[in-house]
Design a protein around this ligand. Sequence first.
Ligand code: HEC
Ligand code: HEC
Length: 284
Amino acid sequence: MKFNAMTAVAAVMLAVPGVASAGPDDDKLIINGETEIVTKAPLPAHMEDLNMDMIMSGWHFRSDETQVLEMDDFDNPGMVFVEIAQEQWDTVEGSEGKSCASCHEGPESMTGVRAVYPKWNEDAGEVRTLAMQINACREENMGAEPYEYTGGQMANMEALIALQSRGMPVNVAIDGPAKETWEKGKEIYYTRYGQLELSCANCHEDNYGNMIRADHLSQGQVNGFPTYRLKNTKLNTVHGRFKGCVRDTRAETFTPGGEEFVALELYVASRGNGLSVEGPSVRN
Ligand code: HEC
Ligand code: HEC
C-alpha cells in the first residue's frame, strides 16, 4: 500500500476545532528572571527561499504548564542531572588517572562550546557532535570507556556543557570542510522514509503549528537539547529524539552516533542558527 506524504500527514493529524491550526504563542522566555532566550529569529541565509517566516524554538509549541517549568531552574527537572554531571566532571576515571577537571578546570571553561557544535575537527578530519567530542576526550585523553551515545551520563554531561552557553546564539558553521556533511544532512532531512513516506520536512517544515495526534508540531529544532521530557522523565539526547521521530514514520532508524545522524544533526542545528542555546530545556 502506498501513501503520499500529504495523505499520511492527514491520516495522523487530529482535527481538534480551534486547536488544529493553533500556531506558536507569543510568550517570552526569560530564565530565572535574568537570562533572556531568543526563541524566534529570522531565517538563516541558507533557508531564505523556504516558505517560512522565521525560526522558532520548540518551547513556543508547548503548553503554558510545560513552558513555565523552563523559566526557573528550581522548577526545571533537568537541573538535577546538571548536578550529577558536575560530579562526573570531577571524577577520575580511566588508565590516565584523569578527570575532565584535570585538563579543563571548571565547566565554565566550556562557555560558548554548545553553540558551535556539531563542528569540524581538523585533527580528526571529521565533523564532531558534542557527544563525539566528549567521548573522544574520554577514550583518547583519559583512557576511559566512552559513555553510551544516547545514555544518561552522556545526556547529563551535555546538559552541564549546554548550560554554560545558555542564552548565546546557536552558530554552527556549514561552509568549508563541514559543507559536505551539511549537504548530506540536508538530503536526509528532505528524504521520505518508512511506510508513511514522510520526511522530517513534511512534519517540521510543512506542518509546524498543526496538531498531529495529540501533539503540537514544532519546527523540530535542537537548540534546546538535551531536553527533559515529561513523557519519559529523563534527559533526552538529540539522536534519541531523531530515532523516535524516524520510528514514527515506521522506518528502520539510523544508528545514534552514526554518520547519517551526525550529518542530520549538523543540518538541523544550522536551521536554528540565531536561536539561543536553551538546554536543558523541558518538553512533553
Ligand atoms: C588529558 C586532558 C583532557 C581531559 C582529561 C579531557 N579533555 Fe576535553 N579536551 C582536551 C583537549 C586538549 C581539547 C582540545 C583539543 C581538540 O579540540 O581536539 C579538548 C576539547 C574538549 C571539548 C571541545 C571544546 C571546544 O572548544 O570545541 C569538549 C567539549 C571537551 N574537551 C570535554 C571534555 C569532557 C567532558 C571531559 C571529561 C569527560 C574531558 N574533555 C576530558 C583535553 C582533555
Ligand atoms: C510524523 C511527523 C514527524 C516526522 C516525520 C518527524 N517528526 Fe520530529 N517530532 C514530531 C512530533 C510530534 C514531535 C513532538 C512535538 C514537537 O516538538 O514538534 C517531534 C519532535 C522533534 C524534535 C524535538 C523538538 C524540541 O523542541 O524538543 C526534534 C529535534 C525533531 N522532532 C526532529 C525530527 C527530525 C530530524 C526528523 C526527520 C528524521 C523528524 N523529526 C521527523 C513529529 C515528526
